[in-house]
Structures are given as C-alpha cells and as structure tokens.
Unconditional design. Structure first.
Length: 171
C-alpha cells in the first residue's frame, strides 16, 4: 500500500517535470502576437492601395495615384521593419538557445521585445486622431517606427554581446 502510494507520487512528479520541460521548449515564434491591427502590410500592389484609398477618400486622378503610391511605400516599410524585428529575434534566439545560463530567460526576452513594440504602438495611437487618408497612412507609419524601435533594441544588445566576446577572445 505504502509502496503504491510512493510510486504514484513519483509518477506524478516525473509527469510534472516532463510537462515543464516541454513548455519551456516551445519556440518563441509560436507566440507571435498580431500587432498589425487594421493595417495591411501584405497589400503592396498599387491597385490594392488605390482600392483601399477609394474606401476612405473620394479622390481621383493624379492626386489619388500619388496618395496610393505613398500608402504602398508606407506598407512596404512596415513589412520591412517587421521582418527586421523578427530577424533580430531569430538572431537572439540562435545566440542564446544553447547557453544553459540564459536560455531559460529567452522566452521572457522574446515576449518582452513584443511588449516593447506593442507599448510603442499603444502609446503613439493613444495620441492619434485620424481622418481621410491618414486612417491608412498613420497606422503604417506608427508600426514601422515601433517595429524599428524593437529591432534597434535587440540589435544594440546583440552588437554589445558581439563586441564583448570579440574582445574576450582577443579578436
């Protein structure tokens, strides 16, 4: 009886350890939040930008074409900065994943970097009032700036890390 109770407790403990191990090994990319909101960084064709413009502004001719080009350019920059941010997170993960001392903090660091971007977006949008074409351009600008901020933050840490280990190795 006592032996069975002991075996059950050991089994429960082993299962708990396995669950904790699996949960800490979930890749950070599995938890990518959607911070794009109502923006459309995937609608990059001039025809798509023109259609979106026509939904918010009654513009025609050269004025509409120029505004659509501007929207497309902002969307491209938004997509570029988001890709840069994701790439910097991947670099951070590659560098730290095998370091026993730091890899347990890696999921928190990735989550925190997303929170930095989200807080930036929330802050900037909190002071924003848009109308007309600005409802298409300003959110794209804000996200470009905030993803850039997040990428700069991670890249500055990676740069510092590279310098530290380059000088420590004598290179």
């Amino acid at each position: 009886m006592l032996r069975n109770l002991f075996k059950r407790r050991i089994l429960k403990f082993v299962i708990l350890i396995i669950i904790m191990f699996v949960l800490t090994r979930i890749p950070a990319s599995a938890a990518i939040p959607n911070l794009d909101g109502d923006t459309h960084p995937n609608r990059l064709k001039l025809s798509e930008c023109l259609i979106d413009l026509k939904n918010v502004a009654d513009w025609d001719g050269e004025k509409a074409l120029e505004a659509a080009r501007n929207i497309c350019e902002l969307r491209q920059n938004h997509a570029k900065q988001k890709a840069r941010f994701l790439a910097s997170q991947d670099q951070l993960t590659k560098i730290y994943k095998d370091w026993k001392r730091f890899n347990e903090y890696l999921p928190t660091a990735i989550t925190d970097s997303w929170q930095i971007v989200k807080s930036c977006i929330d802050f900037k949008e909190g002071f924003t009032s848009t109308h007309n074409i600005e409802s298409l351009t300003l959110p794209e600008k804000i996200r470009s700036e905030c993803y850039s901020l997040g990428a700069d933050f991670i890249e500055s840490h990676l740069s510092m890390l590279r310098k530290r280990y380059k000088s420590a190795s004598g290179g």
